[in-house]
Design a protein around this ligand. Sequence first.
Ligand code: PMP
Length: 295
Amino acid sequence: MYYNDNTVIYLDGKFVKANQASTDLYSQTLHYGYGVFEGIRAYATENGTQVFKSYEHFERLKRSAELIQIPFAYDVQALVDATDELLRRNKLTDAYVRPLVFCDPNMTLARPNNVSIMICAWEWGAYLGDKQLRLMVSSYCRPHPRSIKIEAKVCGHYVNSILATNEAKDKGYDEALLLDSDGFLAEGPGANLFFEKDGVLFTPQLGNILPGITRATVLEIAEELEMEVQQGLFKPNELFEADSAFYCGTAAEVIGIASVDETVFPKAWKDSLGKKLQDAYSKRVRETSNVLSKN
Ligand code: PMP
């Protein structure tokens, strides 16, 4: 599903066949989750393929590595260029791109001296589908920022996301909503939250969440559309009283939320601020001004 016999990946400066690439089973990342990654989308535009906010994603990859003290000697521009070349070599236009920085063999709990980077890409539809989601408030909270670097996109953090997703799906919901350890609204397992009340948008402030690049794009678009947005700490009851809500993330894009637990949002999605932002986001990612590579 992710690759076939012709697929090429980028591994430490070289393009190699996915089915011939290998890694060491003693990698510290495999055992302890000590690695960092990204999720990026490329879109077909009128003028060729555009890797949306490629620089921002590779800058975040670098920052994630620095935050958890993984050596990162890569040049962001070189990784941006490698991604363009990867898409060309795989003849991909609309694609999801996954860079991963993983550590050398090391069974100790001290940082490694050397790491590797791989970038792969595949075609992937909207991660959470296109129907409005039925969420449940998870019994799992997001990790406390004093336990981990919550602003880094670290492999091991995703155990929390997987547990929350499994719980929600096992209970018949589409997706989870996680609170922070103080009981404030935080985020989804792989997306940021916005909600609308009386014509104003609300979104959890940075601090206990991943600083989403889609969240930043939605904030930019909301400003352009002169929508009022408040960032802060909000309790679940404020969400239960909202008119509408949505998740946003690179993989999920902008996706409406129909309900949280038993509470159904009263506003029709088509009339919501979320729908306007969904349409504008879909347009923005396909605008040709940012085309980085030509296929
Ligand atoms: N929160 C979490 C926990 C995520 O994994 C993601 C996906 N990277 C997001 C939010 C959304 O981030 P972005 O818009 O940068 O994809």
